[in-house]
Design a protein around this ligand. Structure first.
Ligand code: CU
Length: 118
């Protein structure tokens, strides 16, 4: 009984330890990089990546079609709308107001994404 308790404690300690190291590395990386004012969303394999993007107000987001199939980027609320993007074509939009902006591909409506502006 005692033994299983100490194993449990050891496991928890290890998990917390690994978590702390991971968080530490992430903040180190974040500190080393300049805060970008332009952020890229890649369109590939019928999906937007990242699917949810969180950015500060004033950020320009550029979508790039890395797929070999045409796609579009269309805001659900009509805030922005790209033309049909062929392979390697880009579309940019600057988000000047906070809010959550859902969007989709009008050719493949199952392709959806979201930009959260804070
Ligand atoms: Cu599409």
């Amino acid at each position: 009984m005692r033994r299983s308790v100490s194993i449990a404690v050891l496991t928890v300690t290890l998990v917390i330890g690994i978590g702390t190291i991971t968080i530490g590395q992430n903040s180190l990386l974040a500190g080393a990089q300049q805060k970008p004012e332009t952020t890229e969303v890649k369109i590939d394999n019928f999906s937007f990546g990242p699917e949810t993007l969180t950015i500060p107000v004033g950020t320009t987001v550029t979508w790039t079609n890395r797929d070999d199939i045409p796609h579009t980027v269309v805001s659900t609320d009509g805030v922005f709308k790209s033309k049909v993007l062929d392979t390697d074509e880009k579309f940019s939009f600057t988000f000047s107001k906070a809010g959550t902006y859902a969007y989709f591909c009008s050719i493949h409506p199952k392709m959806t994404g979201k930009v959260v502006v804070q």
